[in-house]
Design a protein. Sequence first.
Lengths: 151, 166
Amino acid sequence: MKNHQNFTYVFITFLLFIFLLFTFSLQLFPNSPTLFFLKNFYNKICHQIESRCFFVNEKPMLICSRCSGIFGGAFILFLILSLSKKFRSFLYKIDTYKIFYFLVPLLIEWLINFIFKIESTNFVRFSTGIIFSIVPVYFLNLLFINSKVKK
Amino acid sequence: MRKEKFLPALVAGFSLAVLSVVPVIQLATCCLLAPIAGIFGVNLFYLQMKNNPEFKIEKSDGFQIGILIGLISGFFESIFQSLLLLVSKDNPVYDSIVLLQQYVPDMKLPEIINDIAKEIDEKRFSLLLSFMLFFNASIVNSIFATIGALLGVSNIKKRFIKDSFS
């Protein structure tokens, strides 16, 4: 059971790594015929607006800067969760209502963007994305955490 | 898989598919609406089954409902997108090709993509594109709806424990 739990964390970390790796498809596999399919697949997850994407080697990533922050943050957090059981129990002990505080920077930024029509920078979007990534990781940790680690 | 799971999954999946073709709202489909559809589906299933004294909700129920929601929403979403394509003048495949060639000018596109683009220009419909839309939507929605459904199950379990102690 214990190994099964560890495997879940490692497996999700691996999936997130693969997901992030393929966001660099335009840079890594420029001549691949699968590029079109990959772009369409990521289009289901992210709007892919060019001005909101990070450019690497003068080519955009396949997800926007905010999504890069969210998935990048989730990858780093899952990497720590798969290595440290203390962090799993630390994250578990955070109050569910308090975890929504991590949503506030993203909401403020979105409100400024959408209502007041003030454009933020890709770095700000990336930062708010990273902060927000704690929310989904917290809930996923609630699902996977071992009953022994909870204590 | 019990047939009782199909109706809640159908309601949640269809709602998700409808919302995913609405402009602006569709931006939140994968990361927000799909998990909400999962939670919604599991709660519908619980409401439907709670009068049965032998019923006990498990994580596997949430997993199955999440996958079903993903597949059903993928199916309906591909139909809605195909219908929208039928009445519009755009060719999304050409748009994607142009965008990609902007960054990779010497890109080797598979012949099948050009065939899809031509088919859309001529008939305003492509079975392959519809399948591609179904495949993408099913995978992405299944993942996020399953996460939502599992969260819904754990929430119901917590409520059940609280009720039995009070």
